[in-house]
Structures are given as C-alpha cells and as structure tokens.
Design a protein around this ligand. Structure first.
Ligand code: FEO
Length: 390
C-alpha cells in the first residue's frame, strides 16, 4: 500500500486479506491492516511491528523506506501479537536497535520473546519524550486500550498521534470502499475490542484534549487527517456508553421460525408507532459482533427468544454474555419469549440484564405460546407503546 503521511514519516504496514477470523473470533470480510510506521530523522524510529502473518511483506516495506539506513529505535505501543509479532525479527535484523516501551511492555516482551534486552531498552513513563532530531516523541500512557501496557505517542513537530488500537477499524487499506463510511466497521471494532474499557478511553480523551493533533495514525485502518473532531466525538460517545442514535434493535433467537415471525411483527408495530429506526437481527445467523455493535449504537433493544432446555435458546444467551462482558449499560430493553410447555426464556434474559448498569427492562414482558396469535397482539402493542414512549 502506498500510503503517504509525510516526507519523513512513512507507512510500512501490511494488509491481511486472507485472515478468516481476527483474534480468532471476529469476521473480517474486507480483511484487516496491521499498521506500522517509520520516522526518518537523525535517528530512525519504527512505530510498532506487525502480525507474523505479514512479516515478510512488512520487512520488505521497511527496507524500502529505510533506503539502506539502520533502525535506531523500535517504539512498542502495544504487545498484542497482531502488532508485536515481528519484534523478534526486527531485533535480529538490527542488533544495536533500542526498544522503547514502558515497564509493563518489557514484562510482556519477555513472556513472548526470548531476547537479549540488557542495555537495549528505554523505559518510558507518562510525559517522557525522546528526540529523534527534528522529531520528538512524547509518550502518553493509555492502559487498557486495550491491554494494560498500551501507550500512545504524540510526535510534536508534525502533530501526529500514533494512537495504538484507538481509532482503529476493521478492513484492509486496499479493500474496496463499501460505501458505509469509517464509522460502520470502526464501531464494530470499537465495541467488540475496546468496548469494555470506556473509562480508560475517556481518560485518554481528556489527556488528548490538550494536544494539537493534525493526523491520527492507528494500528488498524486508515490514517485520519481531516475532520478529526468527528472521530474524536464518536469515541467520546462510544466510550461514555451514550447511545449514538435513536432507534430500536430487535434481536431474536428462533428455533423453527415462530419467534422470528413474532419479532418481525413487533418490529412492524414499532415502526407503525413511529420508532425512528428499527433493525431486526436473527442471532442464529447474523454476525454477533455486528449485533453487539447495533445494541450499543441504539438507545433501545427488544430481545425475543425461544425457551430451550429450561433456559433460553443458546444464541441469545451468547449474545447477552457478549453484551455483559462489553459492559452494555444505560439502555431500555423489552422482552418477548416463546415457549410451548414451560416458557423460561424471559426469566433467564432478565436475570442477565439485571447484572448490567442502568438497564431498564420495560413492562409488559410478552409470552407467546408456540405460535403468535391474534390474542397476543394487544400485549405486543402494549410493549411497543412502552418502547416508543418518550
Ligand atoms: Fe490490534 Fe489489541 O491489538
């Protein structure tokens, strides 16, 4: 990828378009990029490496950018293997290179690699800086975005923020534009990867507020160099668990299609009653990470599920556990269950929702017996009224 940042800051990352699942769990139909950068000054600094899957291409990119020069520093902002995977190779290529991280970085580095570190490390803490010549790297600790050792780096001469996983996005840089804009896959990335850590993201945003940033260089996805207020504003919304849009996610878990039919009917009623936006997702088939994204995006959600083995149909339980682990909160939720002999889904769903902060389960809970009938409609209307009441 020929990505231009500046005359002295070069992109040397790689696209991965053959990865089946990112982190062995997230579908990436448009691939993913492992971003890495090199700063050419009196001293040369590489900003993070790449996943081992992209190591050969990255090494070629690096050597092309260096034009025969050597690497003086490797700045390690994040030790997760999708970025740290090629540290061993870089250390082997440039034995005099100094590794720059923080105290936690080097504990993890020793767990992942058996490298001779004696005299080869610079341990940074909040507010420390490193001069490369005309460029200065300023280190800002960003613990839990998304591991404890994460730090971001502000290069003050060109006003570049190297933001680690922050402001990252699924999708290879060379992938065709899907017309969805940055936010769609950035939101799915954020809530599934970083979503649990809203408070640390808020803390980082406060630190960044005092900086004059012209360009954000994340470790995944495109470099951002215009309209930065838009991206920072979305991160503020997402990390404070405020809904981004008014709307209702109707997520259903149906075994034979009867719960699905009831969920679709409820969605129709919600639309008739003027809900701003209603999206319906079949949890047995739809990407659960995208359903998680929808749940956080909208201010309300209706869960419709079949009862199963005295509990709830598994894909609904799995979805709720994802929401629970990403600290879903501050939303209004309606429930609809289906059961042929002993409906149990609502009780289980409610039990999980009760563990979440500021989640209001609205009444009434609708119970369908096997197949939705005309007699069920008044209760469904009542639930829809409660969900659309302002
Ligand atoms: Fe892209 Fe947390 O690694």
């Amino acid at each position: 990828m020929n990505v231009v940042i500046s005359d002295t800051v070069k992109y040397i990352g790689v696209d991965d378009k053959t990865l089946d699942l990112f982190e062995s769990q997230y579908a990436v139909p448009a691939g993913v990029s492992y971003n890495s950068y090199v700063i050419l000054d009196e001293k040369v600094a590489v900003m993070d490496t790449v996943d081992r899957r992209g190591m050969a291409q990255w090494e070629e990119n690096l050597k092309g950018a260096l034009g025969g020069r050597k690497v003086d520093y490797l700045v390690i902002q994040h030790m997760e293997p999708d970025h740290a995977g090629s540290i061993g190779r870089l250390a082997e290529l440039y034995p005099d290179m100094v590794l720059v991280g923080n105290a936690k970085t080097f504990v993890m580095l020793s767990q992942f690699f058996d490298l001779p570190l004696e005299g080869r490390t610079l341990v940074m803490k909040e507010g420390d800086s490193l001069s490369l010549g005309s460029h200065t790297l300023n280190f800002i600790m960003a613990p839990m975005i998304h591991w404890p050792e994460v730090m971001v780096t502000y290069e003050s001469s060109e006003k570049i923020l190297f933001s680690a996983d922050g402001f990252g996005k699924f999708g290879a840089l060379s992938a065709e534009d899907d017309g969805e804009g940055w936010a769609c896959e950035a939101r799915r990335y954020y809530f599934n990867i970083v979503g649990k850590y809203g408070a640390p993201v808020q803390a980082l945003l406060k630190k960044l507020a005092g900086l004059d940033v012209a360009c954000i260089c994340p470790l995944h996805g495109p470099m951002l160099n215009e309209n930065l207020g838009y991206y920072i504003g979305l991160y503020d919304t997402w990390s404070s668990y405020r809904p981004e849009d008014k709307g209702i996610l109707v997520a259903y878990a149906s075994i034979h299609g009867n719960t699905a039919a009831a969920a679709e009917k409820l969605a129709e009623i919600l639309r008739q009653k003027g809900a701003e936006k209603v999206v319906v997702r079949d949890l047995a088939r739809f990407d659960v990470a995208e359903a998680v994204e929808d749940a956080f995006r909208y201010d309300r959600m209706v869960l419709a599920a079949a009862s199963y083995d005295g509990g709830v149909f598994p894909c609904m339980e799995e979805f709720l556990h994802h929401l629970q682990s990403k600290t879903y909160q501050n939303r209004k939720v309606g429930l609809m269950e289906n059961g042929t002999w002993a409906p149990s889904a609502a009780k289980v769903m409610k039990g999980i929702l009760e563990t979440m902060k500021q989640v209001e389960v609205v009444e009434p809970v609708v119970t369908i017996r096997s197949v939705m009938k005309a007699g069920d409609l008044p209760k469904m209307e009542e639930l829809a009224d409660a969900m659309t009441a302002s």
